[in-house]
Design a protein around this ligand. Structure first.
Ligand SMILES: NC(=O)c1ccc[n+]([C@@H]2O[C@H](COP(=O)([O-])OP(=O)(O)OC[C@H]3O[C@@H](n4cnc5c(N)ncnc54)[C@H](OP(=O)(O)O)[C@@H]3O)[C@@H](O)[C@H]2O)c1
Length: 328
């Protein structure tokens, strides 16, 4: 059997680490890239904001598949460095897509439910619903989606590498909602970090804490997303006529919680009181310029139509197991 090769960007991150494991467990040759946390041996250090480094890593690794996880996705960091965020989330994505199209590789670009406005009554969003992000992070991820589409379409229309070659490559967007799972630090995930909030509140460290009890979230496990990345990549790679494959897919769990409800659950699992955490049910001020998304629930129909499994592990069960393992 000839081993297939995948390049995973953001392999030091919350999702990328699981994507590496998913492909490795199927016998693929896996090369991961990271930046500040890359060790330079098992994980290559590649600054994706430098197109020459992208070119070099693709030349060296020659992957059939690239799963592009790297991004700046922390809202405070995005707002503090809009230009750097654009360089990574948009320009690097375009550079990767251009080179994947030229090489006839399959590119899976991880995007977000925050490309949608999440107005009450809108959800669930189908993959072809009209995006309208409400924050800079969502804008840059949507621009990344556009870059992927444009680069593959451009290559198919006679870009470098020729039409026939480009026809066998494909760029696909995979949108996912808020992620949780195995983390080096709880702060890595907007869900895991609520465990720290619950523990600190129980110790009375920060007085009373207000926690959002309005917006709906669908926490999705990184291991499940990684399995879907593998299924999508192998399906798209195997398909001879790639022209009929959808270019945008969405994956989400059906576990629906507000952040306050997640805190309640964590308190119950850990046996900790959460009386210092107050539910905040204030929605958007309708006169505010920026409206926060209320519900960005993603429909998984396009994945199901491809025959790809969309079942996820149970949120409560995962956390009960995780907390038991942590105690021992
Ligand atoms: N986490 C979520 O809740 C969530 C929700 C929806 C969508 N997503 C999307 O899922 C994808 C993966 O997110 P994640 O949570 O795994 O992100 P993450 O944990 O923040 O990891 C980000 C990755 O990007 C790498 N990176 C940062 N700057 C870089 C640069 N200049 N050059 C090369 N690599 C660089 C980081 O490397 P170092 O750490 O080594 O510097 C890290 O591996 C992203 O595209 C994100 O938009 C995430």
């Amino acid at each position: 059997m000839t081993s297939k090769t995948v390049l995973v960007t953001g392999a030091t991150g919350l999702l990328g680490r699981q994507v590496v494991k998913a492909f490795a467990s199927h016998g693929w040759t896996v090369k991961g890239t990271g930046f500040s946390r890359a060790d330079g041996s098992s994980i290559l250090k590649v600054d994706l904001s430098n197109p020459a480094e992208i070119e070099k890593v693709l030349d060296d690794v020659k992957p059939q598949v690239v799963v592009h996880c790297a991004a700046n996705r922390f809202p405070d960091k995005v707002d503090a460095d809009p230009e750097g965020t654009r360089r990574l989330n948009v320009d690097a994505t375009r550079a990767i897509a251009r080179r994947c199209a030229r090489r006839a590789a399959v590119l899976v670009y991880i995007s977000t439910d925050y490309v949608f406005p999440g107005r009450p009554g809108d959800a669930p969003y189908e993959a072809d619903a009209r995006p309208a992000p409400t924050n800079l992070y969502g804008v840059t991820k949507l621009d990344g989606e556009t870059a992927v589409r444009e680069e593959f379409e451009g290559a198919g229309e006679g870009g470098e590498g020729g039409e026939a070659e480009a026809r066998s490559g494909v760029g696909v967007v995979l949108r996912v909602p808020v992620l949780y799972g195995e983390a080096d630090r709880n702060a890595e995930s907007a869900v895991n970090c609520l465990m720290d909030v619950v523990e600190r509140a129980a110790q009375g460290e920060r007085g009373r804490v207000r926690m959002d009890h309005w917006a709906l979230r669908y926490p999705t496990n990184t291991e499940d997303v990684a399995r879907v990345c593998y299924d999508v990549a192998s399906r798209y790679l195997a398909e001879k006529d790639k022209s009929s494959l959808p270019r945008v897919l969405q994956f989400s769990s059906e576990d629906k919680y507000t952040k306050y409800e997640i805190c309640q659950l964590f308190g119950e699992i850990k046996g900790l009181p959460i009386d210092r955490i107050e539910p905040n049910t204030e929605g958007n001020d309708p006169t505010a310029a920026v409206q926060r998304p209320y519900d960005c629930h993603l429909s998984t129909r396009a994945l199901r139509d491809l025959g790809i499994e969309v079942a996820t592990q149970d949120f409560v069960g995962w956390w009960r197991r995780e907390c038991r393992a942590f105690r021992h």
